[in-house]
Every structure is written in structure tokens, then in C-alpha cells.
Design a protein around this ligand. Sequence first.
Ligand SMILES: [Zn+2]
Length: 323
Amino acid sequence: MSPTDTDMGTGTGTDEGTRSPAPPPLHEVREVEEGVYAYLQPNGGWCLNNAGILLAKDGVVVVDTAATEARARMLRQTVQALSARPVTVVVNTHSHGDHTFGNYLFADSATVVAHEQAAAEMAEHGMALQGLWPGVDWGRIELSLPRVTFSDRMTLSTDGLRVQLLHIGPGHTAGDVVVWLPDHRVLFTGDLVFSGSTPFVLMGSLTGSLQVLDRLRALEPLHVVPGHGPAGGPDLLDMNADYLRWVRGLARSGLADGLTPLELARSADLGPYAQLLDSERLVCNLIRAYAEESGLPPAAPLDVQSAFEEMITLCGGLPHCEA
Ligand SMILES: [Zn+2]
């Protein structure tokens, strides 16, 4: 979550001083361990999520898809270039459309698996995310809901690769799942962890997220592939926890001073967190923190639409989305 973490090595070198820096690539593929790939979409901001590609002997497991038709097709082409075997399972780490809208492009061969709460949220919200960013070219997305759900944990019977799906939370949402490869010690966290961009707990829980991060640390992962931004090690868990503890402290002082979340977000000194992408999420995180400090249970529904409007007010416009 440091500024250097957001540098994806996109190559800004130029032999002409007048040439503007090259835009970041649409995606990058990193082989984290043999047959285990992180599919990254720089710069990891709004709707530019990560995915995972896991090659087993009997097929491919894909962890999350992508937000737009074009980006989901790029993911599918990348999978096909890495393996001729069919995608047998798509795991959705949570319900949000940037991680799930591309499911339908894998539905001919794959079973989509998610937590039962995530599946319910996907059915309830449908394509609502598209309404937040009407300027994005979403393409022709077909809603493809999970066909298999679970409540606590699931092990995929993939040949030659142990893949465990663990429901931990509430954290980012009420239905978060991490994908844990115990033999490789690789952890795909979904949006329970952000790297180089601001954590986001409006639809989940701040307190719950801190407990989640403790549980993820106890797995002792070597590699952590976050929901957005560059992959790293377990230090990513600490960075997310540091930010969330800072938000909690800020919320307590704001409540004591009688400030609204928006007033507090406007006046807050973000310190090192000003360098994170999408720092406007602070107001949404404060809304969740205020609710929890006032006794609301974790992941209790909040008015998401009005929270987004507060964020738009804080930004002076729509948050930037490059999907
Ligand atoms: Zn999300």
C-alpha cells in the first residue's frame, strides 16, 4: 500500500522529453508458484480487480472474473493461452460486479462457486454496479449466478492441486471467500485486502475486517494476491489492518467532536494514506465505522446509495473508474 507498490513497472522511459508516459498495461500475469498465476489489472483502482488462474491436471480453476465484457474476454484468452484444459470451476470471492460480471464467459465448461450470501447479493443487485459508472463501456454482460454455494468451507477436488475455499468475515462484504492453496502457501483474498489502493468496508465490517486479517495472518501465507493492486506477501495484511485501525481511531475522535463522516473526511489529515488510490473511500469507511461504534452489528445493511453520494460530494464528482 505504499506508493511504490502501485508502480507496476509499466515503463515510463522515453527518449523524447515531450512524449507522455505510456499508459499502464490492461493486464499483467505473474506466475506466483508453478501453475499458480495472479492476473492483475493495473492500476488496481475502482473496478480494476485481480483474478487467479490455477492449473490442475484435470482442468483450470479461475478465481474471480472481470467487470466488462472486453476485460473478461482478455482474461479468458489469457487462461486459454496458459492451458488447453477446460475451466472447470470459477470461484467468486464476493458478490461485486468487477469480480463476477465475467462469469458468463466461462459458463460453458465451469461451475461457478461462491458463498451463499454472495450468491444472494448477486441475485439481488444484478447489474446495479453499471449504474454507478454510466461512462464505462461494459459490453454485453449476461448475469451468471453461482450454481454451487457453501456456508463455511469447501475443498475443490482438483487433481494435483489442493484448493480450499474459506468463508471468513464479515469483512469487505457479508459473503467473502478466500482461496487458499496450502501446499503453495498462496492466498487469494478478494477484496478483504487491497494493495496500493484504499480498503473499502462500507458493505461489510471494519471490526470484522480486522478479525479477518488476523485469521488470514494465522494461515502464514507466503504469497498474498489481493483483490486489487500488486501481489505481495503477508505485509499486505498488516498494511490493511493499519489503515483500518487508523479509520477506527479517526471515527472515535469524529464522534466525540460531533462531526459527520463527510465533515470528518474533509478535515482529516490522511498522512501516508493520501498516497493510496481511491482515498475518497474514507467517507464510506467512516460511515461503517460510525455505525459500528453506535452498536450496529457487522455487515448490517446501510444506505449504500447515500454513502456513494457522500463520496461523490467529497470527490467533487464521480470517483475515477478506468474499467
Ligand atoms: Zn469488492
